[in-house]
Design a protein. Structure first.
Length: 433
């Protein structure tokens, strides 16, 4: 930070699900924040005090802007102004399930053309071990003519966002920080202390990168186990939800994970494949992790199979059936559709000839994405509307839904989230999937 002003000036690249909450914490901690984003409409909305994200209220964004400590911009030439640049851009997978580092590479090139001596550059986006040192460092040095670790500082600190989780916010979640060298680590620690309550320094960027991967691979594997058990217990006539509820009463040695229609969000469906891709470069296939990924990615097909069974029990074919999908977001009470299994479910249903509609209280209409372009609008739920569908498929268990009303009026319910467990319903009206 500058000698004349000890208040840090923080640059955040990407004002989405990771960047905007981070900007909020820095502004609340007294730092000045300049947010960079390529989406002009989103930047204008933020600067007018409106939030582009459902789980961040407008009043919080308005409060950030009104303090004068926060501003959004699309002008990348201003990247030389902040003391640091924290990169919060997407890191998706390609069609071949390999890391797509396009956003990180493009961002680093832009930074390298505008950065100055003494700045700190930190990647927050989830990635594979080695990204900071092997991918970012050469791009930043080549474009700027500066030397990492001497002329500028470089670090990795993985985001740990959980949209919709009211128990934690960005500032209260312990933050792992790894630097290229000791001066880089110190620079990163000095910046993050303005936004995060507890910092966890580690010895290298690679350790921090690997820590993020192992956190989400752990969840991926355990979710795969319960998804596989769900299919097995279904054949055995055992309710997997009842089994998990019984098992979690053990006060040690067990953590409850729950099945679903597939994995969604940016992390769990993607991170393990980053690691398996990296492992192949070292000649060591990660069979266990790959198997977990295969199980989880197969779940939408299982849900379709159960839907066909449920319709068949009513002497109806899926071809031509009218089906309402409830919930487009990947998890409850948020507006995030990244990697949402609902998108694949809708395409699979359409492929089998079903006439599909959807409702999501947080997502009024779909938009073109990398893989999907559904061209749909959310349908308003009414008792009469529900009765007009051959089946209602609950893909996301939003708290807004009145599940008793849904089961009362729907002809048939396929429940992937155990949402209707306590609802009174006619026998075989609700199928678990």
């Amino acid at each position: 930070m500058s000698e004349s002003d000890k208040i840090p000036y923080v640059g955040i690249v990407g004002l989405g699900y990771v960047g905007l909450p981070l900007a909020r914490e820095f502004a609340a901690g007294g730092a000045n924040v300049l947010g960079f984003d390529v989406n002009q409409q989103s930047v204008e909305r933020i600067n007018s005090g409106k939030s582009p994200l459902k789980h961040i209220p407008d009043e919080q964004v308005a409060g950030m802007v009104s303090t004068g400590r926060f501003e959004g911009t699309t002008d990348m030439s201003r990247m030389n102004k902040p003391d640091c640049l924290l990169i919060c851009v997407p890191t998706p997978l390609t069609e071949n399930r390999e890391p797509d580092m396009t956003y990180v590479e493009d961002t680093c090139r832009t930074i390298s053309e505008n950065m100055r001596k003494g700045q700190l550059i930190v990647l927050e986006s989830t990635t594979y071990p080695g990204t900071t040192r092997e991918l970012m460092l050469p791009i930043l040095e080549a474009g700027s003519g500066l030397t990492a670790g001497e002329d500028f500082f470089l670090a990795y600190s993985p985001e740990r966002e959980d949209p919709g989780n009211k128990s934690f916010r960005t500032g209260t979640i312990p933050k792992v920080v790894g630097g290229l060298n000791k001066p880089s680590l110190k620079a990163a620690m000095d910046i993050y202390k303005y936004a995060i309550d507890q910092l966890v320094p580690v010895e290298s960027c690679e350790v921090a990168e690997a820590a993020k991967i192992i956190e989400n691979t752990y969840r991926c594997i355990n979710i795969a186990m319960v998804n596989e058990l769900k299919m097995l217990f279904d054949r055995m006539g055992i309710d997997v939800w009842s089994v998990i509820n019984a098992a979690k009463t053990k006060p040690f040695g067990f953590q409850a994970f729950y099945p679903g229609p597939g994995l969604g969000g940016h992390c769990i469906p993607i991170d393990p494949f980053y690691l398996t891709w990296r492992a192949r470069q070292y000649g060591l296939p990660t069979k266990f992790i790959e198997l977990a990924g295969e199980i989880n990615t197969s779940m939408p097909e299982y849900v379709i199979h159960r839907t066909m069974e449920a319709l068949n029990s009513r002497k109806k074919a899926i071809n031509g059936a009218k089906i309402l999908v409830l919930g487009l977001a990947y998890k409850k009470d948020i507006d995030d559709v990244r990697e949402s299994p609902s998108l694949e479910l809708i395409e699979l249903l359409r492929d089998k000839g079903a006439k599909v509609s959807y409702n999501d209280p947080y997502i009024p209409e779909t938009w073109k994405q990398r893989k999907y372009d559904l061209k749909m609008k959310s349908r308003k739920i009414t008792p009469k509307m529900l009765a007009g569908f051959d089946a209602v498929l609950i893909a996301t268990d939003h708290s807004d839904y009145d599940y008793q009303m849904i089961t009362d009026n729907a002809q048939l319910v396929i429940d992937t989230r155990n949402s209707c467990d306590k609802c009174k319903a006619a026998k075989k009206k609700v199928w678990k999937a």
